[in-house]
Design a protein around this ligand. Sequence first.
Ligand code: GLN
Length: 475
Amino acid sequence: MNLNELTIEKAHQGLKKREFSSVELTETVLDRIKKRNKDINAYLTISEELALSQARKADKIIANGDKIGPLAGIPLAVKDAILVEGVRCTAASKILESYVAPYDATVIKKLRKAGAVFVGKTNLDEFTMGASGERSAFGPTKNPYDLDRVPGGSSSGSAAAVADNQCLAALGTDTGGSIRQPSSFCGVVGLKPTYGRVSRFGLIAHASSLDQIGPMAKTVEDARLLFNAIKGKDENDSTSVEYGDKEEMIDIKNLKIGVPKEYFVEGIDPEVERIVKEAITQYEKLGAKITEVSLPHTQYAVPCYYIIVPAEASANLARYDGIRYGLSEQSKDLLSGYLKTRQRGFGDEVRRRIMVGTYVLSAGYYDAYYLKAQKVRTLIKRDFDSAFEKNDVLMTPVSPTPAFKIGEKTDNPLAMYLADIYTVSLNLAGVPGLSLPCGKTASEGLPVGLQIIGRHFDEEKIFQVAEIYRQSKNN
Ligand code: GLN
């Protein structure tokens, strides 16, 4: 096995026993990236120098005989919407093409302290807006399982890099599915944490009331390690909170799993339905109690999301004016300077969201759209609250289809939005969800993910539930 194919857990053991060094491990990962990047396009920036200097530092600590944490010397990838001091951060947009991050995001600060190695910044849909990875200003990312297919989005590069062994694990971000859906399409484990559990400081904002940073990894245990390293309250993000995980181990025989009926309706790919239902049956065989539940406002989730998100995005993106950050088109007066910069700098989807967002917030339309969507959001949250009164977790598909073909949805924004049908509700409600690989389609061999949804702050329970499935399949 090549070193780049290791999990974090295995690599940590190897580093501790000095079977190999972090520099060797990092070089293997960098070689893999260089070999594969022109085909997969998972990375926008390779931070070779930084990575090697971090790896040397980790090796020194190991050589000293000092104790190391689980992420010391481990090569990670970072979605290019998260700031790493001194490294370019583009958000896959022309407007930030040559922007260099002046400080570290809080999650990056934590990972640096943990001794992690940053090999590079991964590709994404511009400003994290998309569900396929095709909306990057720097070319689409390809799915390592089939280069004619999308890896999902917006954390397209992170998912493809993990699946293709171009890193050991990665950070992604999720506003409406951007960690879970590409994880599902690329057969990796991805967690969207509870809103507020991970600091957003230093994350380029899309929709601030929904954005969360989370782990994408090869195994459940690796995702847990990475999550535990980045979570926690941060004084730079007033929405972040501290939460003490309970130590208790769950007993599968007492586990109550709710299966929302609204998630298995017309439009779902029959193979996805079969694979996800088989996974749920596996839990039943292990002793869990399965009940059908209803999340009655599910049908309003996509329209509600696509009002709230553009509204917040239009406000967040007002800062890219050609004066403070990135691209700056000179012009005879201030206004035409703004217009030219934003016209040249932003791609179609970003412009669409700014226009929709500005419209739904404007006087006269605010009540009809934005305010109404906020009310619907509350109803969606209440659906989850009542489903969790009698159930510990909920299980659904992550996406109605496996990875689709490149170009299949690019001309049809509505079809692209509908790809988010099973993921956006969780962001609106603030609850955590994990995508767990649970099988491959018989026809094309494409990965399918099971979505495990928990109550607010129940990440640890979700990890345990996911791990039970994995163990039952390995035995
Ligand atoms: N596909 C969704 C969107 O385009 C989700 C994006 C995300 O989670 N960042 O908004």
